[in-house]
Design a protein around this ligand. Structure first.
Ligand code: NDP
Length: 316
């Protein structure tokens, strides 16, 4: 059996759903493959306070559930399967799910997102969302007057540390070596900020916390010096892990143009990829902003680009 639609969208974060709303509302027949984590990264976020339209904030899962319902209201079909393989070599394009079932479409929108890199410690999994965060812009506000650590030595770590000083009393950057990957100007800015200090040649050995009833909270972190192997305990209220993102683009290697870090390259201020009819939006093509609102905006752009491209093709 084969399934054909006008548009296939791979991914169900804010970018995928926004693209689905725009294309299905334009009367196109749209299928969204939701992947292994329907709703994307926001479904593991607690409160979202910076998404416009929600005066008192909204939880990540609620926001994504609402987006999904809005998508379905216009007729898009959401399938809770992951796409494992694509064939963009000829029209119609074909995508295959993880049971090798093929689906075809005249246009494809890639919105597979990027995963925040984590330290992969057991204790990190335990306290993630309870004092450990991978997004300073999202969660910094909750650390007013508190003591926080930022892990990483890239531009994001420097920028996050500076941003967090708007709220926290003290910010410590924990980095595994002496040199920084971050640009000099960002490092200098962090060094000049009296609220920021550095723990270099240092890695997180373990996150420490407590559980009272059903409430878990991080209380501290054990830091290991990579030169002496000495472990020291530090009381902290929050730790922000800022060690980069990994785009979900493995299946597009040698098919779509990717940058050196694996993010999809889109053309100019559009969602066009190197293959006409294949569009990309959201974090999978944005290593800079990575916000729900910017992903949704980019999904809207991909929806509009797709609809216009299909109209042009069909009028030829
Ligand atoms: P980067 O990949 O640039 O930096 C990641 C940092 O995390 C590195 O210092 C790396 O250490 C460290 N790291 C990686 N894995 C681990 C680990 N397992 N344990 C401990 N430390 C680890 O990612 P960023 O998110 O910082 O930046 C991504 C891109 O976005 C960059 O191109 C950056 O320039 C850009 N950006 C620009 C901004 C601006 O211009 N305002 C702001 C934010 C980002 P090591 O160096 O030892 O490998």
């Amino acid at each position: 059996m084969s399934f054909h639609s006008d548009v296939i969208i791979i991914g169900s974060g804010p970018a995928g759903y926004a693209a689905a709303i725009y294309t299905s509302r334009a009367n196109l027949n749209v299928v969204v493959f939701e992947g292994g984590q329907p709703g994307g990264q926001l479904t593991i976020t607690n409160d979202v306070e910076n998404y416009p339209g929600f005066e008192n904030g909204i939880t990540g899962p609620e926001l994504m559930d609402t987006m999904k319902k809005q998508t379905e209201r216009f007729g898009a079909k959401c399938i809770s399967k992951s796409i494992a393989k694509v064939d963009f070599s000829k029209q119609p394009f074909t995508v295959f799910d993880d049971e090798d079932q093929a689906y075809t479409a005249d246009a494809v929108i890639v919105a597979t997102g990027a995963a925040a890199r984590m330290l992969n410690l057991e204790s990190e999994k335990e306290y993630f969302g309870f004092g450990i965060s991978a997004c300073a812009t999202c969660d910094g506000f909750f650390y007013r007057g508190k003591k926080v650590f930022v892990v990483g030595g890239g531009d994001t770590a420097m920028e996050d540390a500076n941003y967090l000083t708007h709220f926290a009393d003290s910010v410590t950057i924990v980095h595994r070596r002496q040199g920084f990957r971050a640009s000099k100007i960002m490092v200098d800015r962090a060094k000049d900020n009296p609220k920021i200090s550095f723990l270099l040649d240092s890695v997180v050995d373990e996150f420490v916390g407590e559980t009272k009833g059903k409430i878990k909270s991080l209380t501290g972190v054990n830091i290991k010096n990579t030169v002496t192997n000495e472990i020291t305990h530090h009381d902290v209220d929050g730790v922000f892990v800022a060690i980069g993102h990994t785009p979900r683009t493995d299946m597009f290697k040698n098919i779509l143009d990717l940058d050196e870090e694996g993010f999809i390259i889109t053309k100019g201020n559009t969602s066009y990829t190197n293959i006409p009819g294949v569009f990309a939006c959201g974090d999978v093509q944005d290593n800079r902003y990575k916000q729900a609102i910017t992903a949704a905006g980019s999904g809207a752009k991909a929806g509009i680009d797709t609809e216009r491209w299909l109209m042009e093709q069909r009028s030829k």
